[in-house]
Ligand binder design. Structure first.
Ligand SMILES: Nc1ncnc2c1ncn2[C@@H]1O[C@H](COP(=O)(O)OP(=O)(O)O)[C@@H](O)[C@H]1O
Ligand SMILES: [Mg+2]
Length: 369
């Protein structure tokens, strides 16, 4: 893993009998933005802190720039960290906060000032250099924390849920801004979030974690369109998950008898059907035509989300209907299933899915309600 900026080799972290992180291996390439995504408690923060050096692995090794970091304190690791709570020094001005890490370097005052003003410009806060953190909005504090982390020009930028204290609209704006800043300084970045949309929109690659382990690593497209486990399919995006078997001909037969023709591998499996895999037949789509009965219908403004009973299976779909025409429970709809996009994956891991629900995530599988 020498050519990786960050390398994790079978890294585990135990706390007594509890396993926070189990056997995580990962190589981060230069300039890459990688996101650790998973439900609360799955080990994201612990993994990030092991890279930063605030937590030592129980076993396994962390490398940065090809060097083994075992026993190295955080300030020797060439990383910059943005904490969930920003952790700005309340008694220092914005400029002093940004300069903090530079103080210990033997730089001239002029060089230091130069770097601070460069960083202030980068995050578009030159006019607030003399303010205290308490005089800033949440978004501005976040930018100061980012500037402070980048001031040392670290090899690796580490961010732990950097948007969790911001309201929904600001969150979307800040993630675009952050992506822009990261691109312009071209820093290798590890980013922690439990927000799938954040992960999908920002990352080069996503590492999906569950119960301390990596479930899947891939591009946002891989993760969303080619989930390799039931957990990944259900955690990222909405989907209907049907339990069933693939018969000798390669067709999937759900528990209630819905047959999806295909060429899957024989044996037990779960079909993953996303809302966008189901279209109204009237729209002339190609695929498998079926009649469904509306079980639930929820108007969301831009679209109506419908739970449709097809052959005893409850499938979620999303459509925009003409004004005043969105369907009511009991109505029949002719739909087309886009068979070339529906996937069947190996046996489900129900315990992971249950955990997701336990931790307050919305259940995304309508057939399990
Ligand atoms: N210092 C600690 N002592 C004991 N248990 C911990 C400690 N830090 C984390 N854990 C446990 O390890 C698991 C993973 O935690 P964490 O990495 O914070 O998850 P995440 O950031 O994904 O929410 C959790 O079950 C948490 O309670
Ligand atoms: Mg965390």
């Amino acid at each position: 893993m020498d050519d990786h900026v960050v390398g994790l080799e079978s890294v585990s972290r135990h706390y007594g009998d509890a396993i926070a992180v189990a056997d995580v291996s990962l190589g981060v390439e230069r300039g890459e933005l990688i996101c650790l995504l998973g439900p609360s408690g799955c080990g994201k923060t612990t993994t990030l802190r092991m890279v930063a050096g605030f937590v030592e692995p129980t076993s396994g090794a962390v490398q940065i720039n090809g060097q083994d970091m075992t026993g190295q304190p955080p300030y020797r690791r060439d990383t910059g960290m943005v904490f969930q709570s920003y952790a700005l020094f309340p008694h220092m001005t914005v400029a002093e906060n940004i300069a903090f890490g530079l103080e210990n370097l033997n730089w001239t005052r002029a060089d230091r000032d130069q770097r601070v003003s460069e960083m202030l410009k980068l995050v578009e806060l030159p006019h607030l250099a003399a303010r205290l953190p308490s005089q800033l909005s949440g978004g501005q504090q976040q930018r100061v924390a980012l500037a402070r982390a980048l001031a040392m020009r670290p090899a690796v930028l580490l961010l732990d849920e950097p948007f969790s204290n911001l309201d929904a609209q600001l969150r979307v704006r800040m993630r675009e801004e952050l992506r822009e800043v990261i691109r312009s300084v071209d820093v290798t970045t590890l980013f922690v979030t439990h927000d799938q949309e954040e992960a999908l929109t920002m990352s080069d690659r996503i590492v999906v974690m569950n119960r301390g382990r990596i479930e899947q690593i891939g591009t946002p497209g891989d993760i969303y369109e080619r989930p390799e486990s039931a957990f990944v399919a259900q955690f990222i995006g909405w989907c209907s998950m049907l339990e069933g078997v693939v018969d000798q001909e390669g067709a999937f037969i759900s528990k209630s008898g819905l047959r999806l023709p295909g060429k899957w591998k024989a044996g037990p499996g779960s079909a993953v059907i996303r809302p966008e895999h189901i279209l109204l037949s009237a729209d002339g789509a190609a695929g498998l035509s079926r009649e469904g009965r509306v079980v639930e219908s929820h108007y969301y403004g831009g679209a109506t989300r419908i739970i449709l009973d097809v052959n005893g299976e409850q499938l979620m779909m999303q459509e925009r209907f003409p004004f005043g025409r969105h369907p009511k429970p009991g109505e029949k709809l002719n739909v087309t299933l886009k068979m070339d996009e529906i996937r069947v994956i190996g046996s489900a891991s129900p315990c992971s899915a249950d955990r997701q629900v336990l931790e307050g995530e919305q259940p995304r599988n309508p057939s399990k309600r």
